[in-house]
Design a protein around this ligand. Structure first.
Ligand SMILES: *Cc1c(COP(=O)(O)O)cnc(C)c1O
Length: 406
């Protein structure tokens, strides 16, 4: 590792939103006043005990936190190595970790007096979480979603509509998450006065990556307390999937300075890293600017954003949060990737051994745990972030398996 052991890895970003050479805010001038207003509102809320108490109450009584840290006994016996735990964030209200962040941003929007909320969504989980909290607080909700994703995540589209959201299908580009995000940014520039843009991952211009991270850190803080309770010591390794990287950084961040804790982020390798059909920005990308920040991106020779692929709509994004780009460059977190096929196999194994159907996204993390755990001693404590449940993916999985009885 190249970083200094004496420095904290949890201090970033700097005041302009940089994590080393990554992050920042590359936005049109019209957005700057709003971004500064948001930065100010967030800085104020962060240290306001009333805000913290209100958040804590909704996290407990509406979202259902803390989520359990569960010992996956049969998975552990099967893999014959590390002792495996699941952090059960799929049990949150709305079925994924997204709601931790959306609650925080909606509370900020309320403080700022914004009544119109816009969001982008890929798998639809962020859209559902946003539609849910907008319903709860009586706010207008508009969700942009690539038309490809509208088709493959039909159940979530129906949920958003049921909750009163206006779901707008985006037909430009690859018609997936990146295009939905472009459209949301366009809306924001046009409607700056009354609109709050609720971003679903640790991307976008500063202060979004740090704000979303802070809201997701509850995952890692709970894991830390729960592991101390059950095992009396810290975990030895943490594994999480990476779309933009919000569930992963939420688990990792509270442990970053514990240099003995190994961390693995798992990107989507789609049909394979050499196939050209994947979404592994750190493994196969290079630095560039997209959606207001500098990070690793999948680009062609001219710097145009490439079409990406993953069986999991939530990982289908050509970039990655800037803090992950930095953690990769300093060597603190190891980034791996799992293919569609590996994720499907891992999902099936988890369903049969533990009676838990994970979403396709965390199935990528489970796939790498299946590889890593057998190489570890029995006293190695491994935590996998189970950041979402598989209900939304069933039709997709069945069609991938082609009706076979695998
Ligand atoms: C959105 C989503 C992801 C990807 O987003 P991150 O910001 O990387 O966490 C992963 N898993 C689930 C279940 C999701 O809904």
């Amino acid at each position: 590792m190249t970083f200094q052991q004496t420095e904290t890895l949890r201090a970033g970003p700097d005041e302009r939103g940089h994590f080393g050479a990554f992050g920042g805010r590359f936005v049109p001038e019209t957005l700057m006043p709003l971004i500064l207003e948001l930065e100010f509102a967030y800085a104020e809320a962060r240290t306001d005990p009333a805000f913290q108490n209100e958040m804590a109450s909704y996290l407990t009584n509406y979202i259902g936190r803390p989520s359990p840290l569960y010992f996956a006994e049969r998975m552990t016996e099967h893999l014959k190595g590390a002792k495996i735990y699941f952090k059960r964030d799929e049990l949150n209200h709305t079925g994924a970790h997204k709601v931790n962040n959306v609650l925080g941003q909606i509370m900020i929007a309320r403080r700022m007096g914004k009544k119109r909320i816009i969001a982008e969504t890929g798998a639809g989980m962020h859209g559902v979480a946003t539609a849910t909290l907008c319903a709860r607080f009586g706010l207008e909700c508009i969700v942009y979603m690539g038309s490809v994703d509208v088709e493959r995540q039909e159940a979530n589209v129906l949920r958003m509509k049921m909750l009163g959201a206006d779901v707008r299908a985006v037909d430009s580009g690859s018609r997936t998450l990146k295009d939905a995000m472009n459209e949301a940014l366009r809306d924001w520039v046009t409607n700056v006065e009354n609109t709050f843009y609720c971003i679903g991952t640790v991307a976008g211009p500063h202060p979004y990556p740090v704000m979303v991270r802070d809201f997701q850190c509850i995952i890692g803080r709970e894991t830390r307390d729960q592991m101390m309770q059950s095992e009396g010591r810290l975990p030895n390794s943490l594994i999480a999937c990476i779309g933009g990287g919000s569930n992963a950084i939420g688990l990792f961040h509270p442990f970053l300075d514990e240099t003995q804790v190994l961390m693995y982020g798992v990107e989507a390798a789609g049909h394979g890293l050499n196939s050209g059909l994947h979404a592994a920005s750190l493994a196969a990308g290079r630095p560039g600017i997209l959606h207001g920040n500098r990070t690793y991106l999948l680009m062609d020779g001219d710097g145009q954003i490439e079409d990406v692929h993953s069986i999991s709509a939530g990982l289908d994004y050509p970039g990655v949060g800037p803090e992950h780009a930095w953690l990769n460059s300093v060597g603190r977190v190891k980034y791996l990737s799992a293919t569609d096929e590996e994720a499907i196999c891992a999902l099936q194994l988890c369903a049969r051994l533990e009676g838990i159907i994970p979403a396709l996204e965390p199935a990528h993390a489970i796939a790498k745990a299946i590889e890593l755990a057998p190489k570890m001693p029995n006293d190695h404590l491994m935590v996998i972030n189970l950041c979402g449940r598989g209900d939304k993916d069933l039709a997709n999985i069945v069609s991938y398996l082609g009706g076979s009885k695998r």
